[in-house]
Design a protein around this ligand. Structure first.
Ligand code: HEM
Ligand SMILES: N=C(N)c1ccncc1
Length: 290
C-alpha cells in the first residue's frame, strides 16, 4: 500500500494554527470532562489508536486513511472510550470540512500534547481519507495483559526499537484507565493532565503490588493512588527496557525530545511526505496571548 501525502490545497500554517486554536479553546472550555482530567489525554490516545493499525510488512493501516471514522474500526473493544474523543472532534471537522480525518485525529493529539505542557511537536498535513474497504481487521491493537516480549514483538510491527518503545509508553503519564472502558482502574491521583517524565520515576521509585481489580484483571497498584498496566510494568521487568526507563527518569529533556521524535514517527508511519515541505510547528494558546 502506498500512502502519498497530499497537503490540503492552498492551506498555510495560519490555517492549521486556526484549527489548533479551535481544538485548544474547546479543551479549555470543556475542562471538566472526566472529573477534571479534560479532553487532552483521550485526544492523545485517539491519535495513537488511529495510527496503531500500522503494519510494516505491507505498509497497511496507520493514520493516513482516517479510517477510525468508520464504526468498523472504532468499535474495537480495545478502543472503548475513544468515542468521547471523536465526538469532541466532530464539530471541529464541521468547522473545517476540508481537513482530512487522518490529519484531524493526528493534529488533535499534537494540540493536546502541547497544551498539556508536552514538547513542541512538528506536524505535517496531507493524509487523505480512504474508504471502508481499507479498514484493517480488528486485532492490530495491543492488549494490556502483555509481558515485555509481547510488547517488544508488538512494536516490531512498526519497526520501533527498545528506546523508542520506552519513550512512547511515557504517554501513560497522561489520563487514566476506566473500569467501564478497559476493565482497568486508576490512577486516582490528580495531575493526570500534565505531560512530564514522572511515569518513569513512578515505575522506579514506588513499591508496586500486583492486585486483582474490581473487574478481576491483574494490575500493579502503589500507595498514593497510582497504577500500572502489566504492559507498563513490563518496562522495569526487562533489563533492556529498564535501561531507558532509568535514562528518562533522570533526564526530562531527553524524554521530551525522544518522545517528540517517536510520536512524530508514529503519526507519520507509512506515509511518503514531500521532504521539501517544512513541517509545521504550532504556537500554544499561552504563546499567542503575549
Ligand atoms: C502496549 C501498548 C499500550 C497499551 C496496552 C495501552 C493500553 C491502554 C489502556 C488499557 C488504557 C485505558 C483506557 C481506558 O480505560 O479508558 C490506556 C489509556 C491511555 N493510553 Fe494507552 N496503551 C498503550 C500504548 C499507548 C501509547 C503508545 C500512547 C500514546 C503515545 C497511549 C496513550 C494513552 C493515553 C493518553 C491514555 C489515557 C486516556 C484517557 O485518560 O482517557 N497509550 N492505554
Ligand atoms: N499507568 C498509568 N497510570 C496509565 C495511565 C493512563 N493510561 C494507561 C495507564
Amino acid at each position: 500500500t502506498l500512502h502519498i501525502a497530499r497537503p490540503e490545497k492552498g492551506k498555510t500554517l495560519a490555517d492549521f494554527q486556526n484549527i489548533y486554536n479551535s481544538i485548544a479553546e474547546k479543551m479549555k472550555s470543556e475542562s471538566a470532562y472526566d472529573d477534571g482530567t479534560g479532553y487532552g489525554p483521550v485526544l492523545v490516545r485517539l491519535s495513537w489508536h488511529s495510527s496503531a493499525t500500522y503494519d510494516k510488512n505491507d505498509n497497511s493501516g496507520g493514520s493516513y486513511g482516517g479510517t477510525f471514522r468508520f464504526k468498523k474500526e472504532a468499535s474495537d473493544v480495545l478502543s472503548k472510550g475513544l468515542e468521547n474523543a471523536t465526538k469532541f472532534l466532530d464539530p471541529i471537522h464541521s468547522e473545517y470540512p476540508w481537513l482530512s480525518h487522518g490529519d484531524l485525529y493526528t493534529l488533535g493529539g499534537v494540540t493536546a500534547l502541547q497544551e498539556l505542557g508536552g514538547p513542541k511537536t512538528p506536524w505535517r498535513p496531507g493524509r487523505v481519507d480512504t474508504g471502508p474497504e481499507t479498514v484493517p481487521a480488528h486485532g492490530r491493537l495491543p492488549i494490556p495483559e502483555g509481558n515485555a516480549s509481547y510488547v517488544r514483538n508488538y512494536y516490531d510491527r512498526f519497526g520501533f526499537n527498545d528506546q523508542e518503545v520506552v519513550a512512547l509508553l511515557g504517554a501513560h503519564i497522561l489520563g487514566k484507565t476506566h473500569l467501564k472502558n478497559s476493565g482497568y482502574d486508576g490512577p486516582w491521583d490528580d495531575d493526570t493532565n500534565i505531560f512530564s517524565n514522572e511515569f518513569f520515576g513512578n515505575l522506579l521509585e514506588r513499591k508496586w503490588t500486583l492486585e486483582k481489580n474490581a473487574a478481576s484483571n491483574m494490575q500493579y497498584n502503589a500507595k498514593g493512588g497510582i497504577m500500572m498496566l502489566p504492559t507498563d510494568y513490563a518496562l522495569v521487568q526487562d533489563p533492556k527496557y529498564l535501561k531507558y526507563v532509568k535514562k528518562y527518569a533522570d533526564d526530562q529533556d531527553a524524554f521530551f525530545s525522544d518522545f517528540r521524535d517517536i510520536y512524530v514517527k508514529l503519526l507519520e508511519r507509512g506515509i511518503s511526505f514531500d521532504d521539501s515541505i517544512e513541517p509545521l510547528v504550532f504556537k500554544t494558546l499561552k504563546e499567542q496571548l503575549k
